[in-house]
Design a protein around this ligand. Structure first.
Ligand SMILES: C[S@@+](CC[C@H](N)C(=O)[O-])C[C@H]1O[C@@H](n2cnc3c(N)ncnc32)[C@H](O)[C@@H]1O
Length: 202
């Protein structure tokens, strides 16, 4: 991680009130793919990590049994809570949780994360994916900055000072090592995509 958790949290606390404005087409496409691939049923418990202002969590709460959104920024979580109240959603809860210590409910069926895991180093991403394997979820849907080839240093889709995206290969290996099989790889941009990992062995 290029910044401490506290620094990341403070940065997002500041951004929170404006976070939902002016999102890129790539961001919107990724949100849509994560929501489509997560595809929860009313019996499913969904854990959304790095939930932010709840773009994924709130959309999934329309169909899931229960959605739990976790984040390190209280400012972002407050925005998410306000939207849940506005929409009258009662099957959703937001609270503190970190990628490697997610403060997860006892049973989780689907894990989602969108545009958040790239804040971790590759080793921290591997540790996170191992933690997700131990949670027992059937499916993990990860939308994020990720490199499908050599990223163009002139046009990074991220902030090199604070972000640390992985290659798709590093992420695929981490999922395989954690007991998942990749069932979909959706490139959105040469530096952005969505991976769907399904539990391979029970
Ligand atoms: C770019 S926002 C994405 C928010 C949301 N998932 C979305 O799609 O709009 C990244 C979020 O990740 C959170 N975050 C960063 N590092 C984290 C960590 N180690 N554990 C949990 N959340 C983290 C930030 O606080 C921020 O809310």
């Amino acid at each position: 991680m290029k910044q401490s958790l506290t620094d990341h949290a403070e940065r997002f606390d500041e951004k929170a009130p404006e976070y939902d404005s002016n999102k890129s087409e790539e961001y919107k496409a990724t949100v849509s793919l994560v929501v489509d691939h997560a595809d929860p049923s009313p019996a499913d418990v969904v854990l959304d990590l790095g939930t932010g202002t709840g773009a994924i969590a709130l959309a999934l709460a329309e169909d899931a049994g229960e959605v739990v959104g976790r984040d390190i920024s209280e400012g972002m979580l407050d925005e998410a809570r306000a939207k849940a109240t506005e929409r009258g959603l009662e099957n959703i809860a937001f609270g503190e949780g970190r990628f490697r210590e997610p403060n997860a409910p006892d049973s989780v069926d689907i894990v989602t994360s969108n545009f958040a895991m790239h804040h971790l180093s590759d080793e921290e991403k591997r540790e996170t994916i191992a933690v997700l394997g131990d949670l027992g979820a059937d499916r993990v849907v990860l939308g994020d900055v990720m490199f499908f080839g050599e990223p163009n240093p002139e046009e990074p889709f991220y902030s090199p000072a604070v972000d640390d995206p992985a290659t798709v290969g590093v992420l695929a290996d981490a999922f395989t090592d954690a007991g998942f099989a990749l069932t979909a790889v959706e490139p959105v941009h040469e530096q952005v995509g969505v991976l769907v990992a399904q539990r391979a062995v029970r």
